[in-house]
Ligand binder design. Sequence first.
Ligand code: ADP
Ligand code: MG
Length: 259
Amino acid sequence: MSRIARPQGTALLRFDNLTLGYNRHPAVHHLQGEIATGSLLAIVGPNGAGKSTLLKAIAGELRPLQGSIERNGLDRRQIAYLTQQATLDQTFPIVVHDFVAMGLWREIGAFLGLGSAQRRRVHAAIERVGLHGLEKRPIGALSGGQLQRALFARVMLQDAPLVLLDEPYGAIDAASVRDLAALVRQWHDEGRTVIAVLHDLAHVRQEYPETLLLARELVARGETASVLNPANLQRARQLAEGQGDGTQAAVCRLDRDAA
Ligand code: ADP
Ligand code: MG
């Protein structure tokens, strides 16, 4: 995979008084701050906290209601964005190989054939995520973990300096989580910036040096160990409860993970 041209430590993303929402109703309020190039950042918070909304906006798929996101010259095509699982149509008739190869569409266009170098990259990506031998299987016949591996292979082919992952380990088996987390570490080592929405706080503590705790506003941001302290988690819970709109389940989940 290619080198990342940006020097480490400079701001890749800058939020200035960023307010996001839908139909003029704010979902995330007044975010301020920067995300440095090369960060490995977890976004954590109760259900409805605006985590997916924030990723969507970073990906350029949602316009701010107020304020701005600066991307330091980064093009939308340089952002690999894995959306939350529910939005994927698994009945779409496509086999693993072609599904993964779609990661190259920005390079080759939708209907052009693959060159031999590209074919090798597709196979390498399939191999890297442990799906070797399943190239011809329809994606509808994959387990949750296998499908997620295919999605990660596709992200790998996009070769993007910024990778956004929205709850990538939703309901998948432990072996898949372990393998895909290793791939995320590799992306980080390659100098890519990775931002992941996650709910397993133990996983976040183990894998992510930095965390942003969100509850419709910024609760805390910084080193994971200090962000995920009981006081901050309690504050996130209170902010979520104040909304009174079905955030309860995820609040309990945060509690359980914190215990
Ligand atoms: P999270 O990912 O933290 O669970 P979301 O970003 O999905 O939270 O949602 C934040 C808020 O925005 C919620 O109140 C949700 O109902 C609302 N919301 C999310 N997507 C849409 C949408 N497409 N249209 C209207 N409201 C939305
Ligand atoms: Mg979400």
